[in-house]
Write a protein that binds this ligand. Structure first.
Ligand code: PMP
Length: 396
């Protein structure tokens, strides 16, 4: 191995470990449901993004298997060569109906979708106003576009208006975009979309919402944009198919022209093999299920509220979440990691999230209740939280 690389790796790994920032990755055996087997231990799972429990849904498993039988295990090529399957077309028509737009295009992951779409639409003559708490894939997509990136204070509409005005009136940029998460994944708060749309109209900003954590959760399942009735006002509705939808992938929904353009300009669409037949069919079925019934969505919210009320009444700081995402903010990184490890030893799998995923000093254990949890599971989790919270003096 190169000596320089060896030194670089060792010094970085040691620094992370010394500062309590090195995240151990656990191995899960079997299905990722409300209860999971982590290295031989059965745990109540409060760590997944499987909001509606669809990752283990029987009907979805059945349709995925039948798509493998009819279409094979892989798409065979990138979409533009011969990888566009009838199943992809069916999925994209379904996604457009789900999102209330003219059209949609699917990508292989949510991360790669942000890299694809931002870079396709924006370039070095443009500027992107970006909420400071936006997801890493948005940050990377913005960097890749080579547009000027202007950070906007989190959900601060005065700061957005001021910076939008400056950017537009400077005359330096051809296009200006505002990009935001719909639901912020670390705190569970919701973007102020009605005010954002108002400002965007005033300054002709392009609007881009990453609704990875809003789809299936907000707007009776249809997402944050639909929650506010703004389907005609948000230019790019992006989302993942890996969280509430339970499978894998990402999409952008918008006008037919936008989608036609992404299909000729978005590099991961042009140069990376398409979603597999099994995944594609399962996603379409999942989206159809969400459009047909709000039962799973309603159960998710019921469980989310139950867990939140329980943790709050035990005295934990659960921040300002407006969604089922329930952070328990501990602060110090090392205590946060000890807290999570002790929860795991007692039977709850809720991972610590520390810098650089969140700001230094705001370490947290993030709880993601799902539609599949029972009240008994949540009660057991709460009593474990109480025990560990007292032991580590996080609650009195
Ligand atoms: N955007 C946001 C806001 C996310 O939270 C995530 C996943 N953590 C992604 C994009 C990437 O999605 P995926 O995991 O489907 O690649």
């Amino acid at each position: 191995m190169s000596k320089i690389l060896d030194e670089f790796l060792k010094s970085n790994l040691n620094d992370l470990k010394d500062n309590g920032l090195y995240n151990e990755i656990n191995v899960v055996s079997g299905a990722n449901g409300a209860v999971i087997n982590v290295e031989g231990q059965e745990l109540i799972n409060l760590s997944s993004n499987n909001y509606l429990g669809l990752a283990t849904n029987e009907k979805l498993k059945e349709v995925a298997k039948s798509a493998v039988d009819s279409h094979g295990v892989g798409a065979g090529a990138v979409r533009t060569i011969n990888g566009t399957l009838d199943l992809h077309v069916e999925l994209e028509e379904t996604l457009a109906r789900f999102k209330g737009t003219e059209a949609a295009v699917a990508f292989q992951s949510g991360f790669n979708c942000n890299m694809a779409a931002i870079q396709a639409v924006m370039n070095k003559e443009d500027a992107i106003l970006s909420d400071e708490l936006n997801h890493a894939s948005i940050i990377d997509g913005c960097r890749l576009s080579r547009a000027k990136i202007i950070r906007v204070n989190h959900s601060d509409m005065d700061d957005l208006r001021k910076k939008a005005k400056e950017a537009v009136e400077s005359g330096l940029y051809k296009k200006v975009m505002y990009i935001t998460d719909g639901v912020f994944s670390m705190d569970g708060d919701v973007a102020k979309l009605p005010e954002i749309v108002e400002i965007a109209k005033e300054f002709d900003l392009i609007t881009y919402v990453d609704d990875a954590h809003g789809s299936g959760v907000m707007g009776k399942g249809a997402g944050t944009v639909k929650h506010f009735g703004l389907e005609k006002d948000i230019d790019l509705q992006m989302g993942t198919l890996s969280k509430a939808i339970g499978v894998v992938g990402g999409y952008v929904a918008g006008t037919q022209d936008l989608i036609d353009y992404l299909k000729v300009a978005a590099r991961p669409f042009l140069f990376s093999t398409a979603l597999t037949p099994g995944d594609t069919r399962a996603i379409t079925e999942a989206v159809n299920m969400l459009m047909a019934s709000t039962e799973l969505h309603d159960r998710l919210w019921e469980n989310g509220n139950y867990l939140k009320d329980g943790l709050k009444s035990l005295g934990f700081n659960i921040g300002s979440s407006e969604t089922p995402i329930t952070p328990c903010i501990i602060g110090d990184e090392k205590t946060t990691q000890t807290f999570s490890r002790r929860l795991m030893e007692e039977g709850v799998y809720a991972k610590s999230i520390v810098f650089p995923t969140v700001a230094r000093g705001t370490g947290r254990v993030r709880n993601m209740p799902t539609a599949s949890h029972t009240k008994e599971m949540l009660d057991e989790a709460l009593s474990i939280y109480e025990k560990v919270g007292r032991e580590l003096n996080v609650i009195s």
